[in-house]
Design a protein around this ligand. Structure first.
Ligand SMILES: [Cu+2]
Length: 163
């Protein structure tokens, strides 16, 4: 009898682990001017699992489309292009999508993003599937999750998300 209980307990513990391999934190978007067509999204993805994963896409109700972009610098010129295959999230590693680097680009915005708001973005991972993540809307020129620009008070709930 003891053995059976132990086996059941083990399987209960083991089941959710797949979903919890991916942790997203410090997700933020930049506020936009009222009629801006696009907005940038930034986040840190940690893969606590033992298998590689990949961020393959994103979607949000405030944007007609969300793409994963790469930023390249040639001389003084910065260029963005879509990464059609997304971004690899290797097992045991942490990947940053940050300003000046790989990032999310929300396109065809149907409303402006207002500083201080929280918006929900659905991230799609090759193995972990869809994960809804709250993105804090930071200042229009925010460079990091902690960048409070002028007069922004950091929310108590930092919007980190693990699921
Ligand atoms: Cu972009």
């Amino acid at each position: 009898m003891k053995t059976i209980f132990a086996a059941v307990a083990l399987s209960l513990v083991a089941l959710p682990s797949v979903a919890q391999d991916i942790e997203v934190r410090e997700a933020f978007a930049r506020a936009t001017l009222p009629n801006a067509p696009v907005a940038g999204g930034y986040l840190t993805v940690a893969n606590h699992g033992d298998r590689d994963d990949r961020l393959t896409g994103a979607r949000a109700d405030f944007a007609g489309e969300a793409q994963i972009h790469e930023m390249t610098h040639s001389g003084d010129v910065m260029r963005m292009r879509e990464l059609p295959d997304g971004v690899a999230i290797p097992a045991g590693q942490e990947v940053h999508l940050s300003t000046g680097s790989n990032h999310l680009m929300f396109m065809r915005l149907n409303r402006g993003l207002v500083q201080g708001d929280t918006v929900t973005v659905t991230l799609t991972f090759e193995k972990a599937g869809d994960i809804d993540v709250p993105f804090i809307v930071g200042p229009i020129n925010a460079r990091s999750f902690d960048d409070d620009g002028s007069g922004r008070t950091a929310p108590a709930d930092h919007g980190g998300h693990s699921h």
